[in-house]
Write a protein that binds this ligand. Structure first.
Ligand code: ADP
Length: 222
């Protein structure tokens, strides 16, 4: 048989979350099959061209999944957040059918634990995650361009270089002791200087990548 070049995705449940996953994967150029028990949602996703193909099926029935070829997909996303029983049974069906990577949406902690127990490889909590992200966006230092959250209290961020740092060297600024952050890189999107030496002069038109606590990053005078 032909070796597949690209990954294929199947999304089960075309509610708000499933539709967003489906449409985004499709726009990124991946082959994605959308399924729902609700015929109208299946028709809608096809009409809006948010999936390569779409089928109406009841995912709690292993045979329905088998007939639709769902078990042949590399990645199956179970996007049935608000129907606990259906979500658990569907995830179990996908794992028992041999799907390698099953991602499931949980709507509560206990839902997440159950999904893990039945074999979900990745459990996501979109409402919880969106709430955390919103709080960060609302309170984030406006100079921060990108954030990589290491743990709930520490991040690596890409920020503008504050005006008051302009023309000063890292040594003079003593960012480690004064601001409790470490500068990992300085530069622009097309070229960053990694591990800049203490003599490196900062320029307000450049960006810097720093690591530190969220509180420390918040205090940068940007
Ligand atoms: P959201 O919160 O993202 O809008 P919901 O959890 O409310 O998502 O929607 C889940 C979707 O899953 C609904 O469109 C529903 O019709 C579908 N669904 C529920 N049960 C099944 C099932 N047994 N088989 C397939 N799809 C299902």
């Amino acid at each position: 048989s032909l070796r597949r070049e690209t990954r294929q995705f199947a999304v089960i449940g075309l509610g708000r979350f499933g539709r967003a996953v489906c449409g985004t994967l499709h726009k990124l150029g991946y082959e994605v099959l959308g399924t729902d028990i609700n015929e109208a949602l299946v028709a809608q996703i096809l009409a809006e061209k948010l999936a390569s193909s779409a089928i109406e099926l009841d995912s709690t029935k292993p045979n329905a999944l088998k007939e639709a070829g769902i078990f042949e997909f590399d990645t199956v996303i179970v996007a049935i957040g608000n129907y606990l029983e259906e979500s658990i049974i569907t995830t179990l069906n996908a794992k028992e059918g041999g799907v390698k990577y099953v991602v499931a949406k949980a709507s509560s902690d206990i839902h997440g634990k159950l999904l893990q127990r039945v074999g979900a490889d990745l459990v996501v909590f979109p409402e919880y995650q969106a709430g955390c992200d919103l709080a960060h966006v609302l309170t984030q230092n406006p100079g921060v361009m990108e954030r990589f959250e290491l743990d709930p209290d520490h991040s690596i961020v890409e920020t503008r270089i504050p005006e008051e740092f302009h023309g000063k060297t890292l040594e003079e600024l003593k960012l480690r002791s004064r601001y409790k952050i470490s500068v990992l890189a300085v530069g622009k999107d097309d070229k960053f200087n990694i591990n800049p030496p203490p003599q490196e002069k900062l320029n307000k038109d450049l960006l810097m990548v720093v690591i530190g606590s969220n509180k420390a990053i918040q205090k940068l005078p940007i």
